[in-house]
Design a binder for this molecule. Structure first.
Ligand code: HMG
Length: 387
């Protein structure tokens, strides 16, 4: 039985900061951010948005009433939790009006959360092929103003509808994973910003990629020429390019050129949003599907998921007949082009506002036209609105 990704939805905020302007404000060469990191624009998440609102917007874009009735599992992958006990999934189930005879919970392993959710969804769908599973990857990446990680922030949510006989990508059974206790990136309890050993984290990412990719090739006897594209977790888009370079350096030029072209298509959206942690790999998948002119049904895509701390996984999927019909109806380029640019001063102001964690709060959400907004906090309870 085929199991995989049936639909993909994406949401981010309506605000962004231009990376060339941010570079100037930080006394850096713009090309360090634009080329060195491969980032053009960075999503700025206002207080009226959080992981729940962005996840609901992403999911609402793809779910029909029939899908909602069939969902029996909701896995909410995030490392930007809004409560120490209650999972963000409960708010989402309510706001989306999902049928209540389901399992819903939150899951965490840095940027690997959504991939863990996919693994669970595969098991669930194998037992319940007539049902569907909703996997969310939603985060707000925060390192702090004027830190070296600042240029690799961002935020957003990806919603993946998983099903048997999927419309977009059927996942292949073999997968290679690797886990090791590493201090490359972490966020201690009570901290609102991540701590990171930046250069070390980039090296560990590459080590994990090479480890799981080779393991996968050994398990399957496949080789580079069996893949039409590789996509990566993209904390900044140059990171994926570095990983790709490690496997194409001594291959035939024609194969290497195709993989580089596909990579360019797959980083287009991430370059304009920034890191969204656990949703990042799947935004890159959407970017590949909507921006590549060289994809056909039956081709194999390799996916590298990485979550600091650290967990890596390499797995693959086969594009399904008619996949184009399911990926072009929500064009992310149009949505990203409609966002408002904020100045660096305004971005800093919004950033500081989002640090407030209060028992009572009224949020001015009037300029935020997203379908789901956070309007405030009352008696320590978050107040959401579907507008
Ligand atoms: P930095 O030290 O400010 O930057 O921090 P740099 O000096 O390393 O320069 C960056 C790149 O720009 C370099 O390219 C420079 O050469 C280049 P590279 O050598 O790496 O190929 N450069 C220029 N290029 C063109 N024109 C110029 C120019 N100047 C310089 N004029 C760093 C960079 C990424 C370390 C920092 O932003 C950071 O710490 N970010 C956060 C950590 C991170 O993203 N790590 C990635 C791997 S870990 C991961 O992916 C997991 C994560 O998503 C979290 C999770 O799992 O939850 C982070």
């Amino acid at each position: 039985m085929k199991i995989g990704i049936d639909k993909i939805g994406f949401a981010t905020s309506h605000l962004y900061v231009d990376m060339a302007e941010l570079a100037k404000a930080r006394n850096e060469e713009p090309n360090k951010y634009l080329i060195g990191l491969g980032q053009q624009k960075m999503a700025v998440i206002p207080p009226s948005q959080d992981i729940v609102t962005m996840a609901c917007t992403a999911a609402e874009k793809i779910l029909t009433p029939e899908d909602k009735n069939k969902i029996g599992l909701v896995v909410f992958g995030t490392e930007s939790g809004i409560d120490n006990s209650k999972s963000a999934a409960m708010y989402l189930v309510d706001l989306l009006g999902l049928a209540e005879n389901l399992r819903a919970f939150e899951i965490k392993q840095a940027c690997y959360g959504a991939t863990a959710g996919i693994a669970m969804a595969r098991g669930y769908l194998a037992l319940h092929p007539d049902k569907k599973a909703l996997v969310i990857g939603a985060d707000i990446a925060r390192y702090g103003l004027k830190t070296s990680g600042e240029a690799t922030q961002g935020g957003g949510a990806v919603a993946l509808l998983m099903a048997s006989d999927p419309a977009i990508l059927a996942l292949e059974p073999k997968t290679a994973y690797y886990a090791k206790n590493v201090m490359d990136f972490w966020r201690p309890l009570g901290h609102t910003e991540a701590l990171v050993e930046g250069k070390y984290s980039a090296q560990i990412y590459l080590d994990f990629f090479n480890q799981v990719y080779l393991d996968y090739l050994q398990q399957t006897n496949l080789s580079l020429s069996d893949f039409n594209a590789f996509i990566f977790h993209l904390p900044y888009t140059k990171m994926g390019l570095k990983a790709l370079r490690t496997i194409i350096s001594d291959t035939e030029p024609e194969i290497a050129d195709n993989l580089k072209k596909q990579f360019e298509a797959s980083r287009e959206y991430n370059r304009n949003v920034g890191n969204l942690y656990t949703g990042s790999l799947y935004l890159s998948l959407l970017s590949l599907l909507q921006n590549s002119s060289n994809l056909t049904a039956g081709q194999r895509i390799g996916l590298f998921s990485y979550g600091s701390g650290a967990q890596g996984e390499f797995f693959t999927g086969i594009l399904q007949d008619g996949f184009e019909d399911f990926v072009n109806n929500d064009n992310v380029s149009t949505m990203l082009a409609k966002r408002h640019r904020v100045s660096v001063t305004d971005y800093e102001h919004i950033y500081r506002q989002s640090l407030k964690n209060k028992d009572e709060l009224i949020i001015d959400y009037k300029s935020d036209r997203a379908p789901f907004v956070l309007t405030g906090i009352k008696n320590s309870q978050r107040q959401y609105l579907h507008q």
